[in-house]
Design a binder for this molecule. Structure first.
Ligand SMILES: NC(=O)C1=CN([C@@H]2O[C@H](COP(=O)(O)OP(=O)(O)OC[C@H]3O[C@@H](n4cnc5c(N)ncnc54)[C@H](O)[C@@H]3O)[C@@H](O)[C@H]2O)C=CC1
Ligand SMILES: O=C(O)[C@@H]1CCC=N1
Length: 279
């Protein structure tokens, strides 16, 4: 790969840029970044990673091997409209947009393209993303290898069927937020039960790291691991009883289902808009 273009310069774009530069897959200069209009943000990315920045589509996309679409889903139509004339079948287009189908991108570009749809998460920032990828039939085997290598710079990478990506979005794309939500509750309660905020944070983080590491290293099911913490008549049993009374496990199941459904709805509403506008 000689040149990479990143369209959109938000948190997901930065996570990928940082992984690529740190792992020396490309030098900062080989990465071209643009956004809608925030020049200060482009300047900051240039200073931090040495990336090239521009608002000239020809300069950004000319001779580019790989283009990452990293704007919000609502902005994809205007972004592709602006750059579609520079897109060719030889380029690999990688979209990280939640809910946006490969077909929608081809409809917007008004041509058949090599497209990979990816769903990373924000842990990409520290090289710990769980990323799922789905490719269309135009993606060559060398492009498949390239995109896998690229996402491996920011964590674990796996290929799925495109129709599974809404579920991946609801589970691991949004997943870090569910864990942070739980930590917010643990921190609030820690202070109320008399622990200092900093001490509580250390204990909570180590508890999460330990549990995550345990899950990755053991063949035991989470339910069994939970039972091993729970002594009869003990503290865990008393605590979990409260969670059960409040239907917390069911709430998490509903949460993931709803996030998945929202990813589907976002895709369907874009498809409906495209059907109306393109006839
Ligand atoms: N934040 C997350 O946890 C995850 C986000 N994603 C996806 O990543 C995408 C980006 O998310 P964030 O980085 O959080 O968003 P963000 O709001 O931080 O950044 C969006 C960027 O797109 C740029 N943009 C908007 N319209 C544009 C246009 N017409 N041309 C060029 N640039 C344009 C904006 O200027 C901004 O730099 C979204 O589609 C989201 O679904 C995927 C996985 C996880
Ligand atoms: O909330 C969102 O729509 C994006 C997609 C996955 C995580 N954040």
């Amino acid at each position: 790969m000689k040149k990479l273009a990143v369209i959109g310069a938000g948190s997901m774009a930065e996570a990928l840029i940082s992984g690529i530069v740190e792992n020396k897959l490309l030098s900062g200069k080989q990465i071209w970044v643009t956004n809608r209009s925030n020049e200060e943000r482009l300047q900051q990315l240039n200073e931090q990673y040495g990336v090239s920045t521009s608002y000239n589509w020809e300069e950004i996309l000319n001779d580019t091997d790989l283009i990452v679409l990293a704007m919000k889903p609502k902005d994809v139509a205007s972004a592709v409209e602006q750059c579609k004339h520079f897109l060719t079948k030889e380029m690999l287009i990688v979209s990280v947009l939640a809910g946006v189908s490969i077909e929608s991108i081809e409809i917007l570009a008004e041509k058949s393209l090599a497209i990979v749809r990816a769903m990373p998460n924000t842990s990409a920032t520290i090289g710990k993303s769980a990323t799922a990828l789905a490719a269309n039939e135009n993606v060559s085997s060398s492009q498949t290898k390239l995109v896998k290598t690229l996402f491996e710079t920011v964590g674990l990478t796996t290929f799925v069927k495109e129709e599974q990506l809404d579920a991946v979005t609801g589970l691991s794309g949004s997943g870090p937020a569910y864990i942070y939500y739980l930590v917010e509750a643990m921190e609030k309660s820690a202070v109320e039960i008399g622990l200092e905020r900093e001490l509580a944070k250390q204990l909570i983080v180590q508890t999460l790291l330990g549990a995550a590491d345990m899950l990755s290293k053991t063949t035991k099911k989470p339910e069994q691991l939970r039972r091993e913490v729970t002594s009869p008549g003990g503290t865990t049993e008393a605590g979990i009883k409260v969670l059960e009374t409040h239907g917390v496990q069911k709430a998490f199941i509903n949460c993931i289902q709803e996030a998945t459904a929202q990813s589907k709805r976002m895709g369907e509403s874009l498809t409906a808009e495209l059907t109306i506008s393109k006839g």
